[in-house]
Structure formats: structure tokens, C-alpha cells
Design a protein around this ligand. Sequence first.
Ligand code: NAP
Ligand code: ZN
Length: 350
Amino acid sequence: MIETKGYAVHEAGIDFSPFDFERRDVGPHDILIDILYAGICHSDIHQALNEWKDSMPTNYPLVPGHEIVGRVAKVGDQVTKFKVGDIAGIGCFIDSCRECPNCESGQQQFCLKQAAFTYNGTEMDRVTKTYGGYSNNYVIDENYALKVKADGDLAGVAPLLCAGITTYSPLKRFKVGPGQKVGIVGLGGLGHMGVKIAKAMGAEVTIFSTSPSKEADAKALGADHFVVSKDPTNFAPLTGTFNMILDTVSADHDVNPYLNLLGVGGAMVVVGVPPSPNQIHSLSLIFGNKTLSGSLIGGIPETQEMLDFCAAHNIKSDVEVISPDRIPEAYDRTIKADVRYRFVIDMRAA
Ligand code: NAP
Ligand code: ZN
């Protein structure tokens, strides 16, 4: 077994402390990654606080982290995709059944036997608990690790493994491109990646934010327009004008005002997971033949495609790199929407 140093919460809260555990030895198809950086996703926070207790209860101790970039330290004797010294990424899942229709079509996140999530889950044996990337290493089957171009600032690449793919996948599925108007709701970790990717796809992008102080940043990120969402009078002039709206908000909020902003045939995609259910008025969808959709991260082939797209367009996350002892402070600031725009933990210090 491989000794691993991580950071865990032992009950609902943000009181992280050092936590030692073991990972499996490197099997023939596995790689061992020495983790360099791990992003802090709001999903980590929801689970640390057990906010999804009704659907995905947290199994403590919890070591979160599913935006992982590291250097390959060891490879199994059957490994072909990686060699020692390569940079590899790990996203939200580390294995799946590999034979159901969803796995076969490269949508392993929807494995009919349920994918093995990177943390707060189990390996496919359904026994071995998974611990995430707030740790100094990970052992993963090479088929579930991503290839990362090894240049420049790798801290800014880690958030692509969740925030990047979660925004890339629906923007691509709804064929965002030149001449299209896209709204991004919430300028946090996902939102800021959404702006960069939608702009790279050629769309005109509007940010809807509760934080007026983020306007200059939104423009610097490439947004064409910035709307303060707390003021309802800002919505009326925009009625019926959007092709697609991507809702990344982590807290309870009303989505109906955004549905009214879609044009005929427009689509709203929710990726944020607020704790409470939303109430949708059917008329908000009926008038204009609108679509309301969800989207969950992306499969391995699409995640690799997104990493390659971001490398080609020089897209990285805007990050604030912290040492592991500052995780609670980063959680606190993210909850207060004071994140610009992703906290990334430097795991080399672990
Ligand atoms: P984040 O960095 O905390 O950003 C969320 C943003 O939502 C905040 O920065 C804030 O932006 C806005 N917001 C916060 N409270 C709000 C409120 N009460 N009303 C309206 N807006 C509010 O979070 P994240 O990491 O981007 O994650 C966002 C959500 O996506 C989380 O629920 C997370 O679990 C989920 N997620 C889903 C997937 C998926 O596959 N579907 C993947 C990853 C994450 P402004 O200051 O601009 O208003
Ligand atoms: Zn995430």
C-alpha cells in the first residue's frame, strides 16, 4: 500500500486537518500521480457541509478534490498512455463499469452501474472508499486519467478538470458559436470558465451576477455585458433575447426570470446544484418552445477534447493558489462569493 497525506473533515463543516491514509499499490494498468495542484470546487464545499444529504450523503472522513493535476511518478507494466514524468489530470470520477452503453459511448459519468467518484464514493468493488485530491498522491487506472500539456502555470489547469468540462460540455452540446447570445449566471469558478470558453467558441456573452464589484473582472475575462441580477428592472429589456443561458449558481435562487430571457427555441442549462429544489412555471417553458436542461461534467473523451481546446485557445483558470492550511479560509470566502475565480491548493506543500 502507498502512504498518503491528505486533508480531511471528520464531520459536517470546514474544519480541515491533516489525515493520513493508504492508496492501493500500482497495478498493471495504473499510474501513481504525485499531486501538484488541487482546485476547490463548490461541490467540495456542498459535500463537506453535507448539503446534499438527501441525495448524496457525505461519508466522513471526507478528503475532497476532483480538480487534480500531478506528475506521473510510477506506471504499471501494461500502461501505454503515460510515462514517468508526464503531467496527468484527474477529474470527478476514477473508474466505471466499462461495458454499459453509457461507458461504451464515452459518457462514463452516467455509467449505469454508477461511476466510481474521485471522493465520497467507492472504487468499483463498492468497498474501498475513495479519497480525493486534497492529498499528495493518487493511484488511478490510466484510462481514467487525462493527458495535460506540461507547460506554463499548471495551477491554472487544475480547475479545467471540473469547472472547465462542466461548462464546455453544455456549451458544445447546444452548439454555441458566432452570432449567438449566451448568458452565464454566477461569476464564480464555473462561471468564469464559462465566459472564457463561450467567448472562444465565438458567442456574445452576458454575465448575470449578484456582485456589482465583479464587473471589471467580467469584462477582463472577455464578457461583452454585465448585468446585476439583484435588480429585477435590469431583466425586462433583455426578454426573449438569449439563445442559451448557463446557470452556475450554487445557492437557492429563482430560475424563472432567466427562462423569460430566452428567445424562441432557446435553452437554459443548469449546472449549479443549490440545496433546495426549484419551482418552474410550465408557462415559462411553453411560451417560446424553450428547453430546460441539466449537464453533469463530461466523459473521458470529451474531457480530453476540452483540455486540448483550452490548450489551443490558451485558456486557463484565474486562480488564487493557497497552502493546505488555508483551506477553511478559502471555503469561507467561496461561500461568500468572494472567489476570484478559483482557489487552488498547492499540494507540493503537503
Ligand atoms: P462558486 O465558485 O462558489 O460560484 C458560484 C457563484 O454563484 C458565486 O460566485 C456567485 O456569483 C453566485 N452566487 C452565490 N450565491 C448566490 C445567490 N444566493 N444567488 C445568486 N447567485 C449566487 O461555485 P462553483 O464551484 O462555480 O460551483 C457552482 C455550482 O455548480 C455548485 O453548486 C457546484 O456544486 C455545481 N457544480 C456542478 C457540476 C456539474 O457537473 N453539474 C460540476 C461542478 C460544480 P456572483 O457573485 O457573480 O453572483
Ligand atoms: Zn467540481
